[in-house]
Design a binder for this molecule. Structure first.
Ligand SMILES: Nc1nc2c(ncn2[C@@H]2O[C@H](COP(=O)(O)OP(=O)(O)O)[C@@H](O)[C@H]2O)c(=O)[nH]1
Ligand SMILES: [Mg+2]
Length: 217
């Protein structure tokens, strides 16, 4: 059964929206596509279509005996400074996501505060009520290009100041965000509290007798 079939049939315990944001050309679509397809890290050999709006991709994860379905919103790399309102609108209700910059493009690192400000306005849950986030430094120039313009120490410091962790591996960043969201799931998972975390109840949880007892008495 495909993940899209799972969406239609409610075949999961929890679902959430996570966003992938950052300047145009930092590698968001490449990284997300290979994550969702379980491919090895992209080497840049497959040219993705340039994104003019938002793409959606769905992936399921098994964690702690529960099935999580994540709808990723690959938000096109608009100019976040002049279009922060439309970025915020696209991110609405998300449980957080991954902010990507390109280590060889300092401007993409310098705009991270603008990306975080726009996305945190409309994402929910997490430790601060504005979503759970991880930072990814991609290298579109490839390892062969030599020194990165943005150092690992700079990226780690920025991530720490903003309450998240820094990764060069996109998959690890997604698993970190999923762990943060999972840690905020209340016990019992009362649906209205879950919604405040950007998490919805799926059929597999709704049909679980212990969930029904805990929530409905
Ligand atoms: N060498 C290399 N190229 C990459 C990598 N990630 C992305 N690219 C290339 O960078 C360009 C922009 O990538 P894309 O995923 O469209 O960026 P987006 O605008 O952030 O979605 C494309 O030509 C990719 O092939 C990478 O890890 N290594
Ligand atoms: Mg893209």
């Amino acid at each position: 059964m495909s993940e899209l079939d799972d969406v239609e049939s409610g075949n999961y315990h929890y679902s959430m929206k996570l966003v992938v944001v950052g300047d145009a050309g930092v590698g968001k679509t490449t990284l997300l596509s290979s994550h969702v397809r379980d491919e090895a890290q992209a080497d840049g050999s497959a040219e993705p279509e340039p994104g003019y709006c938002t793409d959606f991709m769905v992936k399921g994860y098994e964690r702690g005996g529960c099935k999580y379905l994540v709808q990723f919103w690959d938000v096109a790399g608009v100019d976040v400074v002049s279009e922060s309102a439309s970025v915020a609108r696209l991110c609405a209700g998300g449980a957080g996501g991954v902010v990507v910059f390109d280590c060889s493009t300092p401007a993409s690192f310098e705009r991270l505060p603008a990306w975080l400000a726009a996305t945190r306005q409309s994402c929910v849950g997490g430790a601060g009520g504005s979503g759970s986030w991880a930072l990814v430094g991609n290298s579109t120039a490839g390892a062969a290009a030599g020194a990165d313009a943005v150092s690992q120490a700079q990226a780690e410091a920025f991530a720490e100041e903003n309450g998240m962790r820094y990764y060069t591996d996109f998959n690890s960043a997604v698993y970190d965000v999923l762990s943060c969201v999972g840690a905020c799931i209340p016990s019992p998972p009362e649906p209205s509290l879950l919604l405040r975390q950007g998490v919805a109840v799926g059929r597999m949880l709704a049909q679980d007798p212990s969930f029904r007892r805990a929530v409905f008495g």
